[in-house]
Design a protein around this ligand. Structure first.
Ligand code: ADP
Length: 190
């Protein structure tokens, strides 16, 4: 089982690259942002709750997110492995994920971070906002707030996975194919 965390700030390309890697290695891709957005679309209680945080660019509370993630993982008992995209985003989430996966004897093998300068990311997200219909993509102050959430709550996870010898970083600037090739190189090394 090859479970990996695809990591990086908003707009870095996690979802796009996860889609390639999942096909290549027959993995299950879980994007917490996508699961929340599906719930919002279907007007579920979880969606209504998540929307009140997401639209402002805030993180959804840990307890809600962790329960949802565990439910998603449990839907795929026979998978070759997971690509986690957008999870974990806080130290509590990372600890919960370790406990949960270790109990199943399928720990995280690596965290691969995509690295892109913030000014490029803001442009990418505003551009995505033209077609994504995502309220959190359409306003520069909300985007900056998401970066602030990333810097204050999420970036620390680099230390968390480095301490476990599981941290890898890949340059996320370039063509989609170039970035996929860089990820494959890292992916095949562990
Ligand atoms: P991006 O990484 O481009 O911001 P995502 O789709 O991954 O997009 O996330 C969108 C929003 O969904 C986040 O800003 C946050 O409100 C919520 N969200 C997604 N994953 C998590 C998580 N692990 N913990 C808390 N909130 C989350």
């Amino acid at each position: 089982m090859k479970n990996i965390v695809l990591f990086g700030p908003p707009g870095v390309g996690k979802g796009t690259q996860a889609a390639f890697l999942k096909d290549l290695y027959k993995l299950t891709h879980i994007s917490t942002g996508d699961v929340f957005r599906n719930n919002i679309k279907n007007n579920t209680p979880l969606g209504i709750l998540a929307k009140s945080y997401m639209d402002k660019g805030n993180l959804v509370p840990d307890e809600v997110t962790i329960n949802m993630l565990e439910e998603e993982v449990n839907k795929f008992p026979n998978t070759n492995g997971f690509i986690f995209d957008g999870f974990p985003r806080t130290t509590s989430q990372a600890k919960a994920l370790d406990l949960f996966l270790n109990a199943k004897n399928t720990p995280i093998k690596a965290m691969i971070a995509l690295d892109v300068p913030e000014d490029i990311l803001v442009k990418r997200i505003l551009n995505r906002g033209l077609t994504s219909n995502r309220p959190d993509d359409q306003d520069e102050s909300r985007i900056r707030h998401r970066f602030n959430e990333y810097q204050t709550k999420t970036a620390i996870l680099i230390d968390y996975y480095t301490a476990q010898n599981k941290f890898y970083s890949v340059n996320g600037v370039g063509s989609l194919e170039e970035i996929t090739k860089r990820l494959i190189k890292v992916f095949e090394a562990f």
